[in-house]
Design a protein around this ligand. Structure first.
Ligand SMILES: [Fe+2]
Length: 499
């Protein structure tokens, strides 16, 4: 099959069997009523802001260092209910971009919904018109394309003066970096319109942007290489047998690394009315496969196998010459025993219920391309949202910033940690029982240790708080904090852009 034909299949409306085959149930959900009746204080993080959040000043304690003068963009699902119907999965909600403008003792915040085609049409109608990742609302029509259900809610990528709001099943969405106006879907090249563009692109130290996309029902993995100024250099699609749900990936100097949990699309085996998520089957017999692709020649690929498990996120990867010749790749990721988090935990919290799932652990894997052997070591640290010094992407990095300390009472984490993945030594700051910790990022500062910047939802104050720590003195607590005059919906990922 020609590349152009594959691209057409991946992108085409009507050529996405998982979308077209779904028949919709008319069952009323009752989830809205259950959520409203829930007395869980943490449900604050999953409420729907009724409108955009106009720019407002935060109350600042301390002073944000010069290196963190700039803008932190964050995004996450925010529009969870409409017309009395509530989504059944955290990942379904319409995306809202949060912009924190930071300068010394001043922090200003603004939040705006991404005006995707889906959101615009549904807000106009006052009800859901089509399905989402984990929910098929009653009475909705089958979507006409992947972008018809694109909610732009997962991550952000600053590129060429704009911000891209990312989802993983369809196009990136262009956002004005200053006003947060939605500018429309990003088309890298006319024949790639509507192609899946995942939410975790990686930026090489030279500025090259790499990304992928998963065509689940076609078993096709799309790859993208984008120049620093934003022009597409290369794109192709590769057939991969039993291609699973892949959320994140890693780079090394010479390779792209995909850890593939055994969560495989199986549209045939699912009842009518299943969501896209429910059309996936857990097949632990496949193991955790590691697909390694040569950056220069995408036809040179290797497949290795790790013990089975699930992941959302990868910290970083790097490579060195192996003892048997061929590269030896080190990759750290956040591993769970099962996919219960995506199937159950992140679903039930939408009706105010806390259901625990196996805790994710920071894990360091070694992929030896010389011997074909793959091994891994689990660090005794629960973790999510791993981030590194962005200058070390694909290079030996050692330190990872991550959320940690799962609590029984609430979803999510109570602390932020900075961990050396080679020694296992870890420093942490515990925000406390009333805080729900979101992703923290590492902001470089010349040759110094840099700064850790991130948000929590403080349930006691019912406000979101932005904190900045000296990276080498995390346990000493924040050097500056900005308390917003509002609580934001819990988000997923963010990026800091220096002024
Ligand atoms: Fe993610």
């Amino acid at each position: 099959m020609q590349r152009r034909e594959l691209l057409r299949l991946l992108a085409g409306a009507g050529a996405t069997p998982w979308l077209a085959s779904l028949v919709h149930s008319g069952e009323p959900s009752g989830w809205q009523a259950e959520f409203e009746a829930s007395e869980a204080p943490w449900k604050l993080g999953f409420e729907t802001p009724p409108a955009d959040l106009p720019e407002a000043a935060a109350t600042v304690r301390g002073r944000f260092p010069d290196a963190v003068a700039g803008t932190l963009y964050r995004i996450g699902p925010a529009g969870h209910d409409l017309g009395g119907e509530r989504y059944h999965h955290w990942f379904d909600g319409d995306g809202m971009v949060q912009r924190f403008a930071i300068e010394g003792t001043r922090v200003r915040h603004q939040g705006r919904y991404v005006q995707t085609a889906k959101r615009v049409a549904e807000q106009r109608a006052g009800r859901r018109l089509t399905e989402a990742f984990g929910t098929v609302p009653p009475g909705v029509e089958p979507p006409t394309s992947a972008d018809a259900i694109n909610v732009a809610n997962t991550s952000v990528l600053p590129l060429a003066g704009e911000v891209l709001a990312l989802w993983e099943g369809g196009s990136a969405t262009r956002i004005d970096a200053r006003t947060l106006d939605t500018l429309g879907p990003k088309t890298w090249r006319a024949d790639l319109a509507g192609m899946p563009f995942s939410a975790h692109p990686k930026v090489d130290p030279d500025g090259t942007v790499w990304n992928f996309g998963v065509g689940a029902s076609q078993g096709l993995l799309a790859l993208y290489e984008i120049a620093p100024e934003g022009a597409l250099r290369r794109a192709a699609v590769l057939p991969v047998a039993d291609l699973p749900m892949v959320h994140d990936f890693a780079l090394t100097e010479r390779h792209l690394v995909f850890l593939m949990p055994p969560l495989v699309y199986d549209g045939k085996g699912k009842p009518a009315g299943s969501s896209f998520l429910d059309a996936h089957a857990w097949k632990p017999e496949l193991g955790m496969r590691a697909l390694v692709v040569d950056k220069k020649d995408w036809n040179r690929r290797r497949m290795l196998t790790l013990p089975t498990g699930f992941l959302f996120h990868v910290g970083n990867a790097w490579e060195e010459p192996g003892p048997q010749g061929g590269a030896r790749i080190h990759v750290d990721y956040v591993r769970s025993d099962s996919a219960d988090a995506v199937f159950t935990t992140n679903r039930e919290l939408m009706r105010g219920r806390r259901v625990r799932s196996p805790e994710p652990h920071l894990t360091v894997a070694t992929l030896d391309l010389g011997t074909g052997r793959a091994t891994q070591e689990l660090l005794p640290l629960d973790a999510e949202f791993p981030r590194i010094d962005p200058r070390r992407t694909g290079l030996r990095h050692r330190r990872v910033v991550h959320a940690t300390q799962v609590t029984k009472e609430r979803p999510g984490f109570a602390a932020v940690a900075y961990t050396d993945v080679e020694t296992g030594r870890s420093q942490r700051f515990v925000y406390g029982a009333q805080a729900m910790v979101e992703e923290h990022v590492l902001v470089p500062d010349g040759r110094g240790p840099g700064w850790i910047l991130g948000t929590v939802l403080d349930l006691a104050q019912r406000k979101t708080v932005l904190s900045c720590f000296a990276a080498d003195q995390l346990a000493a607590g924040p050097v500056a904090q900005a308390v917003l005059p509002r609580a934001l919906p819990l988000g997923l990922h963010g990026v800091f852009v220096p002024a």
